[in-house]
Design a protein around this ligand. Structure first.
Ligand code: KG4
Ligand code: ZN
Length: 336
């Protein structure tokens, strides 16, 4: 089965074609990040308009790149939620309209299911069952995955998502949006031992997490080291970034270890924007070796939002005989 996937839930317009026999045939992405950086975060109305502007040219491009006639797919998949309502509407209405015009079935896909299955697009994919750590700008969840659509929540952040905490910590350090990659970059030059931030909720049983306190810790530490002009010297900034990253990564590793022990599973996958974080990957690699388990993740461009993961997730659902109705359904809030 060949599926066209459309992702427009936030600030990336992603379109891809996945074929269940041949794999990924085309994948194009337009990121709005530069436009939103000016405002220090995603501006929903600007995001919707930019999706409208970019989606049709990207659709032309993906068919061209795949060497296919436009419309030469068996079905369509689009992100139905969760995400920004206006942004979701653009992808969902386009997907639905094309499905009607080409007389093909269409499937509304859960954005986090897309992330969760993204490692399946790699050469050595995991096999069911596994534990998934979903770490994005909007979600931080540990999920027991027994198969497509068989998800049990093991634990989640009770306040900020890990990516959101990265973005807010970055802002406090005077770094641009999105802050995650910039905090990681500065942390590389930082001394990870100069400041020690707490590991929230690790002394409590269970797999729930909390990251908002680390934000406050970041702000207080930064404020303690400002000069008379309110500036922090570069090395101190890098040291704070390193302490923050270390605390987030360490906390996630402790909770992932618990999830492996709780389920008895030997495979851990990480997905979502924060799974691109190099330090997180290193720390989890160390942990899984000790647990005699294996770690899986997607290539960096498939950790953040993209159309390929939606095409793949949609294809799995469609092959299982599922499809959405004719109405255009978007769900800004939608539990996995
Ligand atoms: O999955 P994603 O692209 O969008 C959502 O569905 O939210 O995730 C974006 C989040 C942002 O918060 C961004 O700062 C974070 O992922 N991120 C990172 C890294 N790359 C992206 N956080 C830490 N380290 C990174 N290398
Ligand atoms: Zn995402």
């Amino acid at each position: 089965m060949r599926v066209l996937g459309i992702e427009t839930s936030c600030d990336e317009t992603g379109v891809a074609i996945y074929d269940s026999e041949q794999g990924l045939l085309g994948d194009v992405l337009y990121s709005q990040v530069k436009m939103h950086a000016e405002y220090g975060g995603v501006v929903p109305e600007l995001a919707s308009r930019d999706h409208v502007r970019k989606l049709l040219p990207l659709l032309d491009e993906v068919f061209q790149n795949a060497g296919l006639e436009k419309g030469d797919v068996d079905a369509l998949a689009y992100t139905s939620g969760p995400g920004l309502i206006g942004a979701l509407m653009v992808g969902a209405s386009t997907g639905r309209a094309l499905a009607l015009a080409w007389d093909k079935p269409a499937m509304g896909v859960h954005h986090m299911e897309g992330h969760l299955l993204a490692p399946m697009l790699e050469e050595h994919p995991p096999s069911f069952p596994f534990v998934a750590l979903l770490v994005s700008g909007g979600h931080t969840q540990l999920v027991q995955v027994d198969g497509i659509g068989q998800y049990a929540l093991l634990g989640e952040s009770l306040d900020d998502a890990a990516g959101e905490a990265f973005d807010k910590a970055a802002k406090m350090l005077g770094l641009d949006y999105p802050g995650g990659p910039l905090v990681a970059q500065h942390a590389l030059q930082g001394d990870r031992t100069r400041f020690r931030f707490p590991r929230p909720m690790v002394d409590r049983p269970g797999m729930d997490m909390s990251f908002s306190g680390l934000k406050t810790y970041t702000l207080n530490t930064a404020n303690d080291h400002r000069d008379n002009d309110g500036r922090i010297d570069d090395q101190t900034m890098c040291d704070i970034a390193a302490a923050f990253e270390e605390a987030v990564v360490d906390t996630l590793a402790i909770k992932c270890k618990r999830a492996l022990q709780h389920t008895g599973f030997k495979q851990l996958i990480i997905a979502g924007g924060v799974s691109a974080n190099q330090r997180l990957r290193e720390r989890l690699e160390e942990m899984v070796v000790k647990e005699r388990a294996e770690l899986f993740y997607a290539r960096p461009e498939f950790c953040t939002d993209n159309g390929a993961m939606i095409a793949y997730a949609g294809c799995q659902r469609l092959m299982a005989g599922q499809h959405s109705g004719l109405e255009i359904v978007t769900k800004p809030r939608w539990p996995l």
